[in-house]
Design a binder for this molecule. Sequence first.
Ligand SMILES: [Zn+2]
Length: 420
Amino acid sequence: MIENYSININIDRLMEEIEYYAQYGQVPNEGITRPSFSEEDYKVRNIFINQLEQMGLDIKIDAISNIWATLPSKNKNASTIVIGSHLDTVPNGGKFDGALGVLVAKEIVQTLQENNVSLNHHLEIVSFTAEEPNDFNISTMGSRALTEKLSYCQLVNATDSKGNQLSDVVKKAGGNLDNLSEIKRNDIAAYIELHIEQGKRLENQNISIGIVDRIVGIYRDQVQVIGEANHSGTTMMGDRADALVAASELVLAVERITSQFGTDAVATIGKLDLYPNAANIIPGKVEFILEIRSASKQEREIIKTKIHDEFKRIQKERKVAILTENILDQQECTFNQEIVGLLQNAAESLNIPHTTFASMAGHDATHLADITKAAMIFVKSIGGKSHCPEELSLPSDIEKAANTMLHAVLLADAKLDRLK
Ligand SMILES: [Zn+2]
C-alpha cells in the first residue's frame, strides 16, 4: 500500500491495557512481581492468548513457550515482520518494562485490522519468555533459545531454587523442550522492539523517543584485593594492609576515570564481598565485580587499561595484592541500518522529534539481530526510573513512539523483501 500517515494507534485503549496487565503481580506500593513461570505469569499468558484469539490471529507457542500471533498476509509465501517484547518483570518492577512493547505490538495489529490494511508480509506479535533475570539463572531465555544460543542439555537440566525443572514449567506454559530443534526461524524479514529507555538521556534532552541503533558492549572483571586480616584493636594504623580501604580507593578511581570521558560510557562496582566481615577484624580480603559499558570497543579498552593502571598504582601504595580475572567481554551489537533508517523516516514524516543512540542495557533484540534485520525504539522514562515501582512513561510520549513504530512497520512492509 501507499504509506498513509493518517492511521494512528488508539492511545486510550493502549493505556487501559497497560493498567489492566499491571494488576497481575501487583503488590500495593511494592510494584509488580511477575517473573516467568510464576502463577501471575501463567494468568497473564492466558489473558494475552485469549485476546489474540479474539482478534482472529493465528497463535503458536514454541518450544521455549514464547508466544507468537500472526496477522497473515494474503501472500502465503511472504516473509514475516515481527514486533514485540516480553511480559515478565523483575521483582518489585514497574508496569512498562517489557509489557509496553508487547501491548504496543498488539495495539498496532488492532489498528491495522480496524483500518483494513492488508500487508505484503505476515505481521507477527511475539512475547518472549523470561527476558529478565530469573530463578533459573537464564535471562533472555526465549530470544536466546530462538537464536540457538541455549543448548537442549543446558535447558533440560535447569532447575530453580525450589527444585522445579525448567522442562516442567515450560510445558505448563504450552511449550515443550523436546521440540527445541524445531524452534529456529528463517522466515523473519525484520524485528522491531519498542521499550522504555530506562535512563534519563531522553528526559535530559526533552525528547519523547529515541531510535536505537546499537546495544552497548559489556566488560566485567572479577577482582580480588588481598591484604592482611588482623586484630582491629592491637594493629596500629601504620601497620595495616586493609583490603577494604584499598578497595574503596579502587571504587573511587573507577568513578573518576570513567567520568573523565564525558561520553555515555559507564563503569560500576555493584557487587562487593568483604572477608571475614567482622567488627573487630581488619578486612583481609575484598572481592568485587568491575563492570564497564560502552558502545565503542575502543573506548571500553581505553577505560579498562586506565583502570588497570590505577589498580597497579594503588596496589603498590597500599601494600595489597590485586588480582583481576576477566569474566565477560560481550561485544556491542549493531542494529540494522535499514530498519534504523525506517524508524527515523517514520518519526520525521510524523514530525516527531527524535534522537538516535545506543541502548545501555541488553534486550531480546540483541539476539534477534543475529538472525534478522533488527532495531529498537525507546520511549522516555520519567526520572530515568526502571526496575522499580516508580517506573513511568507518559501517554503523550508512548503515543508518539507507538505511531512511529506503526509507520515504520508499514514502511518495512513496503520496502523489505517479501518472500521467505
Ligand atoms: Zn525489558
